[in-house]
Design a protein around this ligand. Structure first.
Ligand SMILES: *Cc1c(COP(=O)(O)O)cnc(C)c1O
Length: 314
């Protein structure tokens, strides 16, 4: 997959400057015109796998605003592979913008009840999908499998090719933890990774991350931490404080953030830095994992919130 070299934008926050800490953002959200974000990395080796095995269909799972479903449909169109999205919940009268895009990119959408959706990793359910689509590669929700973890190692190669050794800490948002697992497996010794859970009660992610690292065969790393304090009420929940943070980052630094993942993680990173978690002189890199398309769901869900970022509507 040809990707442009992502920009690394410096964010000169006065509160960090006085602590001798620098912050820069690796902009995976604007990698290329067609696809962006960490989901591109998670899909890369899954697509290679399907092509090697001459499988003509990719099947995966997600909600109505899923960045993964959005990316999968785009990738399928780009590579000429059929895509099937198993979508949580009954078919709505009006499709979300995310699902409209997915459909426009040729994805076949199947809506399943929430209780059926919960069976998505059960062998019987997977077998029933295989019966219907014998030539399919089935990818778990979020693109989070061993191939997805391995694909995320490329994020570090891109970072190193641009910065060499000139950073100390990499921070990113965690949903399943697969991206963190890949990044922390690939990072050079001496550097650290800090993940921010966007889920409430995200402690369980620590075990998932170790499991992902084992499944991807690199063994468990000890170079990362998970911070579970910045979920803002839970997955896809927002607060006025979070929204005003997003508006400030965009207004002052032209940095668009998504409300589900990157806004929470960057907020948490800055708070940690301001509280003295990182030593003086630390060079922090925040990985912008994308997801801006999902902001369109918030405009529908919270009409009272004024989003000022034009990127929110992309
Ligand atoms: C999916 C996603 C994540 C979380 O990735 P995991 O590998 O599941 O932890 C982070 N940021 C964005 C924008 C995402 O879409």
């Amino acid at each position: 997959m040809n990707t442009a070299i992502p920009d690394i934008d410096s964010i000169p926050l006065p509160s960090l400057h006085s602590l001798g800490i620098t912050l820069a953002v690796m902009r995976l959200d604007k990698l290329n015109q067609i696809m962006s974000g960490n989901k591109l990395f998670k899909l890369h080796q899954n697509i290679e796998y399907a092509r090697d095995k001459s499988l003509d269909t990719l099947i995966s799972f997600g909600g109505a605003y899923s960045n993964h479903i959005h990316a999968l449909a785009m990738a399928g169109k780009y590579y000429g592979i059929n895509t099937v999205g198993i979508i949580r919940g009954e078919m709505p009268a009006n499709l979300s913008d995310t699902l409209k895009d997915a459909k426009a990119n040729g994805m076949h959408l199947e809506f399943v009840s929430r209780s059926d959706y919960r069976k998505k990793n059960e062998p019987d359910y997977i077998d029933s999908l295989r019966l219907r689509w014998p030539q399919a590669h089935i990818i778990p929700e979020g693109g989070s499998n061993a191939l997805g973890v391995q694909g995320c190692e490329a994020i570090v190669s891109l970072l190193d090719s641009q910065l060499g050794d000139a950073y100390d800490v990499v921070a990113l948002a965690c949903g399943t933890g697969a991206t963190l697992a890949g990044v922390s497996s690939a990072i050079q010794p001496g550097k650290r990774v800090i993940g921010f859970s966007v889920l409430k009660e995200g402690e369980f992610l620590k075990e998932s991350i170790s499991d992902f690292q084992q499944a991807a065969t690199h063994g468990i790393q000890a170079n990362w931490n998970l911070c579970t304090d910045y979920h803002f009420g839970g997955y896809a929940k927002v607060t006025p404080e979070l929204i005003s943070f997003m508006q400030r980052m965009y207004g002052e630094y032209q940095l668009p953030l998504d409300a589900v993942y990157t806004a929470k993680a960057l907020f948490g990173l800055i708070r940690n830095a301001e509280r003295g978690v990182f030593p003086r002189g630390s060079r922090l890199i925040f990985i912008h994992t994308g997801g801006l398309q999902g902001n369109r769901g918030f405009v529908e869900k919270y009409p009272e919130i004024e989003f000022t970022q034009p990127e929110l509507m992309v």
